[in-house]
Design a protein around this ligand. Sequence first.
Ligand code: 1HN
Length: 354
Amino acid sequence: MEPAFFISPEVTAQRQEFYGRLNGKNTAPLWEALARLVTPEPRPACVPAAWSYDELRPLLMEAGRLITAQEAERRVLVLENPGVRGLSQITQSLYAGLQLVLPGEVTSTHRHMASAIRLIVEGSGAYTAVDGERTTMHPGDFILTPAWTFHDHGNASPDPVVWLDVLDVPIVNLFDTSFAEHYPDGTQPVTETEGASGLRYGNNLLPYGYENRAQARGAASPVFTYPYAQTRSVLDGLRRAGAGDPRHGIKMQFSNPASGGFAMPTIAAFVQSLPAGFAGLPYRSTDATIYCALEGEGRTQAGATELHWKARDVFMLPSWCPVSHFAGPESVLFSFSDRPAQQALGLWREQNID
Ligand code: 1HN
């Protein structure tokens, strides 16, 4: 770690007495706080961490016996970063959790200012509905719930369904801009054919006059589901076409087809394919990143910490932490971060190490 950029001056008895009188007037000397406020590099409170699906799944199923999805509103085990326990944060800016919906369950419809993404981890055949359109979930499907859209989930399949939720709750609360409400009468009606938004926006075509319509969802993509079958066939094709990047393997960014930018204004989503035996060079960026392994097995060097993962595990790296991935068999990693928010504010940096 580099030394503090600003030096903390000596606290003499005379100064201490003065600070006491300042304190009484709701003021404080900047020169005592500066080294903490302005650091020469990011000093994240979050630490590299991993959550093993094999360890969490029995607890999630136990939660399923203890509380219904109705009573809980959402039955989720929050993934708390060990460096900031009790704040419901996996990174400084993002919330993450594993949600369980059991066969036959439905959740209530609500909406909030926080944006959500979901990555299906286990089970097929449940659905999420977003503003009247349902989408059926399969492992690896990546689904958006843009800010202020009414959403609910249901599971008519015979098996439990589990997915990773990532929300920008800490960002919304940083700005004190949280609003939330239930749908007026229980569950919202289905008003769209399944697949309609994908047909309209997901095939290199845009509806005539889309500029006006797409604005209804702000900067979020009007495509709200990115099926893994499609994602996987793109990765397969690209793998056949070439080797990929020495740090990232074959890495793709989920995009908003109406703007070309990120799929969500605050949350970036990526998917990367690492060939068998991949040994990645180190890299770092200021966006703390949440990973979920979809296929394969490997390890990730996170600064001095080694994180081991296999399919369905979640792990994270804090801001500016050097990351290098090592794959055993061919592996697929999804990842999520606040990169779009940092870039919009001119804060984002990256560095190839070596
Ligand atoms: C939420 O609305 C869901 O709709 C999941 O499934 C997790 C965590 C915090 C705030 C709202 C959902 C959430 C959430």
